[in-house]
Design a protein around this ligand. Structure first.
Ligand code: BGC
Length: 833
């Protein structure tokens, strides 16, 4: 085999001895390490695992591959009872990506997208360690995280729960996090394998979308993160709801057998997402465990119980398939010491909180900062108008299975007040009142306000109903808020159910200031009478508070005017803006919800020193951007987010996060715009026809200017770059360059290295792709020589003819800079086979 040769621009060939490794690496992409599946050789499992499998009865094996309900549940998502007779303990499986989701308190970490934005693998490990320890302390054995699906669609509801549009950022973050989680003895489950990149038609309770994706795109964009998690030793994989190239992900032999188990040599087990199993045959196609089995009653069919038994007994499925599945689970239990008597740690709430705060600080992205508006110092810090509902009610996390219940979470307003100190004036104006106001008797007939709070709650197990009319004074948008303390409820207007409260995904993430769950709907109503019905049912074991509130065109105007007036009086206005990213649905627009665009525009008009703090999960449009002084994206910052926000605003800590996804200028200029086959799919068929051009790869190819590019993020100091040199490295290339802190404050920079397209390749090539990065801390005036290693994988593309990674030879551009669009140093190398 000829060795590849790297040449510098000068043309002088550099022969690299270590590049013999290239051959090995490429080989492993198709053949995989020599770890035999039990199908190939029984010796793959330990004597202990083999003896347990042979001692288990059919019934016992069946209970092992399908979940059931936990008699001692702490509210975790999944449970396997174990086999007492054989000393095999129970297995408890808990969500999720931002912390342990049980009914007890756990550390609510910042959203995973914030973690990824820190570009700091040390922090990703620490983040994993916190969740790992919490999980073990809270009686759990398996974590249903991390999520590593690509951010492909800006609208996707779960973008906050995952990492990036870029496979290298996803890979490095997930590998470090998996290491951290598992170092505490909690098994990590990388999810959702694969191409679960949107919520629309994800197929939990309805038909599932089929993702049509070509081989190169699959391998280059979505799979690297999963592969990195497997290489980092993740014990489990969760297959997704959707179909990929015609078959359900949980019975997709290409994904589960050929790629995961054979090519990558994965030795752990594959569990289905909750309700993503579709047949008993899936067990012969690579799915090892069905979740949640019969735990949720008849909601999901339990295929791996009676249907699997019947199929096994009829000989339609070989028993070896069941044995392998059981061995895979037992193999991981043994690896993690779960087959022996376990001692569990106690929670380290204080330690967890410290990491949560550091991640929130390091992952925050300063998107804009005109004329040094931030940090707030001097007069700017002495007179502040704080605006926005999430300033007083912290929005610490997104919705769905990633929600965590922390001991406490401070309001940003309180953190700002405390940090500003007694010498400063901090005024608050809500700007958009999400509590609404009680719908007055004058608008109702019968004329009784719907308010069963206080001493007049609906008794446990009983119902409340109201039926009459609602009269609105003028035509316009009305937000109706059904506010309850648990239980269920509906609001019907003009014969249509417009609000349903009480489901897992219903209701706002932002409770009312008196702690009720708020289920809002905005309706266009014409002036005059509308029929109105409200029906609620209290939970069986608790009385129910019920209230119907609203916002009218007048209250909206008044709230915005009051916020603008407060902003005008202050030196600085800080507006907290939010959206509610959640599992279960995609956003219908990239716009901030409600009247926030009008609110920010009005505040910025009243006070040019307006700072916008985003508590958002993914990219949002910013029609008001030009009028503002600064924008700080905190994402959903976890339980310590308020402290982190205040410290960033006042400059106690320097912002150093970078965007892991591109922010578009408008909805018409995104990789999926104008093509419903790309998103959300047509007739349940979705074509990833943009191919490898996901995120910045699309913006670069189409030469579309984004609002904020991938990798962008400002600091309170400035950095310069010089002296790029590239030479062959141990396993690819080694680039070195100098970064200098040219400002007056200490700060951190994420230096990014991009590699250009390989010439003469028939497969599509990105204009540039991130090939390495490093975060460095520099004191004012300090310079540091930075080394970034570019692995052969980063120089390779997926060759769809030979079905393997292939180094892209020829002259390749290399650029180093502060974002994908702010490239400061450029060179090229000649890569030859
Ligand atoms: C989600 C998973 C989650 C599971 C268990 C599913 O609906 O897609 O991410 O781990 O529920 O809660």
């Amino acid at each position: 085999m000829r060795r590849p040769v790297f040449r510098r621009r000068s043309g002088r060939a550099l022969r690299v001895t270590a590049l013999t490794a290239l051959t090995a690496l490429l080989g492993s992409a198709t053949a995989g390490p020599a770890i035999a599946d039990p199908a190939a050789g029984r010796s793959a499992w330990s004597a202990k695992v083999r003896s347990l499998v042979s001692a288990m009865t059919l019934d016992e094996k069946l209970t092992f591959v399908s979940g059931t309900s936990d008699p001692k549940s702490l509210g975790e998502a999944g449970y396997i009872p174990g086999v007492k007779r054989l000393g095999i303990p129970e297995l408890r499986l808990t969500d999720g990506p931002a912390g342990v989701r049980v009914t007890a308190h756990a550390t609510a970490m910042p959203a995973p997208v914030a973690l990824a934005s820190s570009f700091d693998e040390g922090l990703a490990r620490a983040y994993g360690r916190v969740i790992g320890r919490d999980g073990r302390a809270l009686g759990q054995d398996v974590l249903l995280a991390p999520m590593v699906n690509t951010i492909r669609v800006p609208y996707a509801g779960r973008n906050f729960e995952t990492f990036s549009e870029d496979p290298l950022v996803s890979s490095r973050t997930v590998a470090a996090e998996v290491g951290g989680i598992q170092s505490q003895g909690l098994i990590a489950t990388v999810k959702h394998y694969a191409e679960n990149n949107q919520e629309t038609d994800r197929g939990v309770f309805g038909p599932a979308v089929n993702v049509n994706v070509d081989e190169q795109t699959l391998h280059e964009i979505e799979l690297p993160g999963f592969n990195a998690a497997i290489e980092a030793g993740a014990g489990a994989v969760m297959c997704s709801y959707n179909k990929v190239n015609g078959s359900y992900a949980c019975e997709n032999e290409q994904l589960l057998k050929s790629i995961l188990k054979e090519q990558w040599g994965f030795r752990g087990w594959v569990m289905s997402d909750w309700g993503a199993t579709h047949s008993p045959e899936a067990i012969a196609k690579g799915l090892d465990q069905e979740m949640p089995g019969d735990a949720y009653g008849p909601i999901f069919t339990a295929y791996f119980k009676e249907p699997l038994r019947t199929a096994l007994q009829k000989g339609e499925i070989p028993t070896s398939a069941l044995d392998q599945a059981v061995a895979r689970i037992l193999g991981q239990m043994e690896r993690f010491g779960l087959l022996k008597k376990q001692s569990r740690p106690s929670r380290d709430a204080a330690g967890g909180a410290r990491v949560a705060q550091t991640v929130a600080e390091s992952g925050a992205v300063l998107l804009r900062n005109q004329h040094g508006a931030l940090p707030l110092t001097g007069g700017a810090a002495k007179s502040i108008a704080v605006v926005g509902p999430t300033a007083r009610t912290p929005l610490i996390g997104g919705g769905g299975s990633a929600r965590v219940i922390p001991e406490s979470a401070k309001a940003p307003l309180d953190a700002i007040k405390a940090r500003a100190g007694s010498g400063a004036r901090v005024d608050y104006s809500v700007g958009e009142n999400l509590d609404g106001v009680l719908v007055p008797a004058s608008a109702l007939s019968p004329a009784t306000p719907i308010d069963r709070t206080g001493g007049d709650k609906v008794p446990a197990g009983q119902s409340f109903s109201y039926s009459g009319t609602l009269t609105v004074p003028e035509t316009g948008d009305y937000r109706l808020d059904l506010q309850t303390s648990g239980g269920s409820g509906t609001v019907t207007v003009d014969g249509k159910d417009v609000v349903t409260a009480g489901g897992f995904f219903s209701g706002s993430l932002i409770p009312t200031t008196d702690g009720l769950t708020n289920a809002p709907v905005t309706l266009k109503l014409t002036a005059g009478k509308h029929t109105l019905a409200v029906k609620t049912t209290a939970p069986a074991d608790a009385a129910q508070s019920v209230r119907l509130a609203w916002s009218t065109p007048q209250t909206v105007k008044a709230d915005i005017a009051a916020a603008a007036a407060a902003a005008k009086k202050a030196t600085t206005a800080v507006v907290f803006a939010y959206d509610e990213g959640t599992e279960g649905s995609d956003r219908s627009s990239l716009s901030l919800p409600g009247n926030q665009n009008a609110l920010i525009a009005a505040v910025a008009k009243a006070n040019p020193r307006t700072v916008v703090v985003l508590n958002t999960g993914s990219s949002v449009s910013m029609p008001w951007l030009d009028g503002t002084a600064a924008v700080l994206d905190m994402y959903y910052p976890g339980q310590e987010g308020s402290e982190a926000t205040a410290r960033l605003l006042f400059g106690d800590v320097d912002p150093s996060g970078k965007l892991t996804q591109t922010f578009p200028t408008s909805e018409a200029r995104t990789p999926v715009a104008g093509d419903p086959r790309r998103f959300p799919g047509v007739n349940l068929q979705e074509d990833y026809s943009e191919g490898i051009y996901v995120g910045y790869r699309w913006y670069d190819k189409e030469q579309v200017r984004p609002l904020f590019p991938f990798g962008h993020g400002l600091s309170y100091t400035t950095f310069s770059y010089h002296g790029l040199s590239v030479r062959p490295g141990r396993n690819g290339l080694e680039a070195t360059f100098t970064v200098t802190n040219t400002g007056r404050r200490a700060g951190q920079e994420v230096a990014q290295l991009y590699v250009g397209a390989a010439p003469g390749v028939s497969e599509p090539q990105a204009v540039r792709s991130l090939a390495g990065f490093q975060k460095i801390a520099l004191r004012p005036g300090e310079s540091r020589r930075v080394r970034i290693d570019v692995s052969e994988r980063q120089l390779s593309y997926w060759n769809s003819t030979s079905h393997r990674w292939t180094v892209g030879t020829g002259r390749r551009a290399l650029s180093v800079g502060s974002s994908s669009a702010d490239l400061r140093l450029n060179t090229s190398v000649y890569i030859k086979r």
